[in-house]
Design a protein around this ligand. Sequence first.
Ligand code: ADP
Ligand code: MG
Length: 435
Amino acid sequence: MMSDQKSLDSLFDKLLNNESIFANKEVLRHSYTPDELPHRQHQIEALASVLVSVFKGETPSNIFVYGKTGTGKTAVVKHVGKALVKKIGGNYFAKPFQSMKATPDFVTLSTGTYPVWFIYMNCEVVDTQYRLLAKLGEYFGQSIPLTGWPTDKVYDTFFSSLDMEKRLVIIVLDEVDKLLRKGSDEVLYNLTRINSDLSKARVSIIGITNDLNFIEFLDPRVRSSLGEEEIVFPPYDALQLQDILGQRARMACAKDEVVDNSVLPLCAAFAAQEHGDARRALDLFRVAGELAERERSKRIVERHVREAKERIEQDRIVEVVKTLPGQTKLVLYSCILLDKYEPSGISTGEVYNVYRDLCKLSPSEILTQRRISDIISELDMLGILNARVVSKGRYGRTKEIHLGVPVAQIKRVLEQDRKIERVATYVPPIQHKLS
Ligand code: ADP
Ligand code: MG
């Protein structure tokens, strides 16, 4: 009895002692915005210099913000928005589903200025124009059902609620390209020109995108009204990433000594290769720390970062495999089934034979060998397999395929697919040749 109690106590002690690396892991989350954003002074000032016109009672131009993922776009826009609302007075809504009942936080306004409402929307979450307008309407006290109304009515309701008071509403549409993927750019057209119809309120739009081609797809009229001002976020280099990560690492870790000197430069170097992505640097560091904690290491060392890199890369591949089209999954599954019989590489012809059998069993449409060869090249480009063209002398040319991923893990992921699950007992005929 006594010893049971003792082992229970020590069970938690062990786990608690384990947490020796991190004191506050929260600050490593993507959603955490630090008070200072090193190496983004230029973008912060550019944004502020457009928004400053609200102090003169003018409506700021619409702004289009672009740059690759993890370059600090979301963090900078929220940072500047918060500072603005704090200074001039108004409401700051930075989460997509923040409670609408938040009490307004008005500060004395100098004459001629409007209260500012800063509303952040992530179009990955609020991904149709209907939902976007319904959500916006909610901020101004309307409850619009999330489906069912004609779009005109949703727009009119949103519009009239917005125009009830004198105010300047800054609407941030983060990942605005996602909105377009789900429909037309009508809502962008309307929102970026709404000021000509409003009588009391004023609106400025800040559109953010990671997709550098996005602007090419916009209606030229939307393009000119959204992009009145443009702010570009270039990728960070390794030294900048090291500063950014260093700031967060100091906040996250119990003591500076738990991080070996080589760790931050290595995380930064890896993330710099990954198009200068601060998010990747943070992930590498967090996962490296978790690995160190799990093995009860007192410090994070270089080896943990390398393992973290591998793990993150594997997770990425699992995600990619999960979302492959059905036919591509069948081709990949065929390669996996053949892998153990052909250590020196699988040929396109062998893949095609197995693929054809699987199609008959699943059942699926059978594509041509030419098409399957293209799919193999696509899988190669995704880094899931390596396909090398080899000459077979007078037998022509074929591809020699090797899997570039942990086979057992990917096999399990594929077998979660219903069609693949149905053919999972299939054994390639090649085995009979061997026995
Ligand atoms: P984006 O919106 O461009 O994809 P984010 O603003 O979400 O990038 O940044 C990704 C992560 O990196 C966030 O956790 C953010 O706080 C952090 N980050 C990016 N730039 C900086 C910076 N200059 N200083 C501190 N943290 C940064
Ligand atoms: Mg972002």
